[in-house]
Design a protein around this ligand. Structure first.
Ligand code: PMV
Length: 331
């Protein structure tokens, strides 16, 4: 028997990844840049044991089946192949955020799973190799392996399964202090997962080409604004990336927003009209994340709480990368 427990935080993209390269390996079609967020976490334990007859996957207290289970088993299979280990595993994972609702639980989930599975299998891999493993399950998860501000390049045009592509940290969280207020607008899992949402956008959106052309430019500008610690420009470009991504998805009928999402967007715009530097970002779900300077967090939090339909508001700030929290054999 060998086991390990890992913790990972979600991350929110400032410049968004939306769209995959054709071909195998789950390579993103555009570069992305994110901030890893402490304040929320996934904890995952992986135990390989020769007495198990099959893989057992428990997600948030429920036995997983179907696609969610298959995605976990696919990662375990990669680890088993690399380690020459045939043992089956038991995986137990808990989130302190609603899962599968666009709050980046797949990012923290697969980052924690990758870190725990690699350690439990006894593989001596560096963080880049672990990030590449996580990327194969969920590209955003590659970024949660690292803390602070993290970049993931687009995959090469001619992808093959064996190409390695890992995220890399570009600046620690202290580089640009910010607070993220997450306005939760639904407790339900989203109807269209990000893989399917991306596929529909690429297949059906009249604006897919415009997004694929625009995203790398926004990314390069955002990277530069971040490196020069320009909070306002980072905020403006983050919002621009979100709106361009969602515009391309919406034109394909992929609408992640609900009424409360729009109310929160309105609240952010009103705050800005009142002189507050608050900028929104939205992922593949209905929640609105608002970037503010730490000193501006209180009034922005109150305004979001008052937006009709917003259920609650939680705060996050830049955090560390995924890590082992309990070693093999420890009680
Ligand atoms: O890695 P996935 O499949 O969870 O896709 C993430 C897509 C977005 O969250 C919308 C954007 C991003 O870059 O995180």
């Amino acid at each position: 028997m060998s086991d390990a427990v890992a913790l990972a935080h979600p991350n929110f993209a400032l410049s968004k990844y939306w769209g995959k390269r054709a071909g195998p390996g789950n390579f993103p079609a555009v570069p992305s840049l994110s901030v890893t967020l402490a304040g929320f976490a996934t904890r995952t334990s992986v135990r390989f044991d020769e007495s198990y007859s099959g893989d057992d996957v428990v997600l948030d207290g429920q036995e997983a089946a179907g696609r969610p289970r298959e995605r976990v088993v696919a990662l375990l299979d990669r680890v088993r192949r690399a380690a020459g280990d045939e043992r089956r595993a038991r995986v137990v994972s808990t989130n302190d955020l609603p899962a599968a609702s666009g709050l980046a639980s797949s990012a923290s989930g697969f980052a924690a799973l990758a870190v725990a599975a690699v350690r439990a299998a006894g593989l001596d891999w560096d963080a880049a190799r672990v990030s590449d493993l996580a990327r194969r399950s969920s590209a955003s998860a590659a970024r949660s392996v690292f803390g602070g501000f993290v970049e993931l390049e687009a995959g090469p045009l001619d992808v093959t399964e064996d190409v390695l592509l890992a995220a890399r940290p570009i600046a620690p969280g202290e580089h640009l202090p910010l607070c993220v207020l997450v306005a939760i607008t639904s407790e339900r899992a989203k109807a269209v997962g990000s893989t399917e949402g991306m596929r529909r956008t690429m297949d059906r959106s009249p604006f897919a080409g415009a997004w694929l052309e625009q995203a790398p430019k926004l990314h390069a500008q955002l990277r530069e604004a971040l490196l020069s610690r320009d909070f306002i420009r980072v905020g403006e470009l983050t919002e621009a990336s979100t709106l361009a991504m969602h515009a391309s998805a919406i034109a394909a009928g992929v609408i992640y927003w609900n009424g409360a999402t729009l109310a929160a967007i309105d609240a952010v715009r009103a705050l800005r009209d009142g002189g507050l530097a608050a900028y929104l970002t939205i992922d593949a779900g209905p929640h609105v994340k608002v970037l503010v300077r730490p000193a501006d967090a209180d009034p922005v939090e109150s305004a979001l709480r008052a937006a009709p339909g917003v259920l609650r508001v939680v705060r996050g700030h830049a955090g560390e990368g995924a890590r082992i929290i309990r070693e093999e054999g420890a009680p």
